[in-house]
Design a protein. Structure first.
Length: 263
């Protein structure tokens, strides 16, 4: 049985990460995620072990007032994981920006960067499909609930209404080829493409600071001619650890401002 399992891991590694020098960087923004960050990192480590992925987990603690940083530091000191701490809460966009810069400086051009929420709501099964598409030449692969196989589970109706309406508005206005999911953080990136994005954006103000940051990044990448694709993701909202940090009115206004700026 063990030899069969080892054989499956070897095949998976060959199929999903052809270059043995390539590594996967999991980037998680975290603000007061003490309740779930340990479980999220453990889930990632188990998935990487199943597929024989060489990986790092980079957590950007965005000014948490709880023990997020100390929990991350204690998770797996023997692994090549890292926690970067902001001195104050700056928003998810700023946290992703800090993490991207950290990874681009340390990674290789053929590495892969997976961005996720830190709250255990997103199904890790999409990662292997993301890697396959990135190896095929796509620059960014988005996890989407709007393609066959994707779905929400246990999401409150009001939040579902806001999310669906926001994504529909972006689709109607911008028509990014290959994209239906504009707002989710669950994405795969070729590190070389991230480095190119930062080079071509001048390295400053690459992402807006709030929840809108990753959406604005997508629209900027569209203007630069980057290639996108989507894979189905399952969001299990009922498994969320801790409370949502999103301020609804502020987030709506940020997205409207983002649309006005990029239209």
């Amino acid at each position: 049985m063990r030899s069969v399992r080892s054989g499956k891991k070897w095949i998976a590694a060959m199929l999903h990460l052809k270059d043995t020098q390539a590594q996967i960087w999991f980037l998680l923004p975290a603000y007061n995620e003490e309740a779930g960050i340990r479980d999220q990192i453990a889930r990632i480590d188990r998935k990487a072990a199943d597929y024989c992925w060489a990986h790092h987990v980079v957590v950007v603690d965005d000014g948490s007032s709880d023990n997020t940083s100390s929990v991350v530091s204690a998770c797996a000191p023997e692994r090549a994981h890292a926690v970067i701490r902001h001195d104050r809460n700056r928003g998810p966009g700023a946290a992703f920006d800090t993490g991207f810069r950290h990874i681009v400086e340390r990674g290789r051009a053929n590495d892969v960067v997976i961005t996720m929420d830190a709250d255990c709501t997103q199904d890790l099964s999409a990662v292997s499909d993301m890697i396959g598409m990135l190896e095929g030449g796509v620059d960014v692969v988005l996890g989407s609930v709007y393609v066959p196989g994707g779905r929400f589970e246990g999401i409150p109706f009001f939040r579902l209404l806001l999310t669906t309406g926001c994504n529909l508005l972006y689709r109607l206005i911008f028509h990014v080829h290959g994209v239906m999911e504009y707002t989710a953080f669950y994405r795969g990136h070729r590190l070389a493409s991230l480095a190119e994005y930062y080079r071509r954006s001048g390295g400053t103000h690459a992402l807006a600071s709030g929840f809108v940051g990753m959406t604005e990044m997508l629209l900027r990448m569209r203007k630069l001619g980057f290639r996108f694709a989507e894979v189905p993701m399952v969001v299990r909202y009922h498994e969320k650890k801790g409370k949502s940090k999103m301020k609804v009115v502020r987030n709506i206004m940020s997205h409207l401002g983002n649309i006005w700026k990029n239209v």
